[in-house]
Design a protein around this ligand. Structure first.
Ligand code: AMP
Length: 203
């Protein structure tokens, strides 16, 4: 029996480098929803030198946030696409209180709300190490050590309040993000299953 229900609308949060992108891809595959990463969309625009990309490149290189107006417009467009009708997994959005508010009203206008927010927790020093390695492997221009530390600071400052907000709504699911990909995956699956959210392709 398929388990599509009314839509599985998830958000995954965690400090930059906590492995959330990897888990997001896996959750998307297994729960049958598109993974939507604003960071990936912005990076693709920068790479293709679109007008949006040209506008946001310097901001991203400095590790700062792209203005809410641009980010909200981008996500409204993406969530309006057919593949997001029956659910989605957001990665990297919302990140500010203004974005939480925008997403709330966008979903409310369709009679929807977020189903659960998965928070990956991880030690920041360990993360800085991971990101420095990734920068070497992938040559990401926003991954200088200074930019990494700045992104962590920005994350802690801006994301803390929104994590509290989702916790207050009773939809926050905290998961220990340290361990192998499979270990973290099992923890996420168990935590979601406890809330009645299960992979669509479960045998
Ligand atoms: P990420 O890959 O999620 O770490 O995002 C990389 C960069 O894209 C961030 O450092 C920001 O410059 C920009 N970005 C991604 N998502 C957002 C967002 N929700 N709000 C503002 N800026 C964002």
């Amino acid at each position: 029996m398929s388990d599509v229900r009314q839509g599985t609308r998830l958000l995954i949060v965690g400090p930059p480098g906590s492995g959330k992108g990897t888990q997001a891809g896996r959750i998307a595959d297994e729960y049958g929803v598109p993974a939507i990463s604003t960071g990936d969309i912005f990076r693709a625009n920068v790479k293709n030198e679109t007008p949006l990309g040209v506008q946001v490149k310097a901001i991203m290189d400095a590790g700062d946030y792209v203005p809410d107006s641009l980010t909200n417009e981008l996500i409204e467009d993406r969530l309006g696409q057919p593949d997001a009708e029956r659910g989605f997994l957001l990665d990297g959005y919302p990140r500010t209180a203004a974005q939480v508010e925008y997403l709330d009203s966008l979903l409310a206008s369709k009679g929807e709300s977020l189903t659960a927010v998965v928070q990956l927790t991880a030690d920041l020093d360990e993360i800085v190490e991971r990101l420095r390695k990734r920068a070497l492997d992938q040559g990401r221009s926003d991954d200088t050590e200074e930019a990494i530390r700045h992104r962590q600071d920005v994350y802690l400052r801006e994301t803390g309040p929104l994590i509290s907000e989702y916790e207050g709504r009773g939809i926050l699911v905290e998961v220990d993000g340290l361990g192998t990909i499979d270990e973290v995956a099992s923890r996420i699956d168990a935590a979601l299953a406890a809330r009645g959210i299960r992979p669509t392709a479960a045998a």
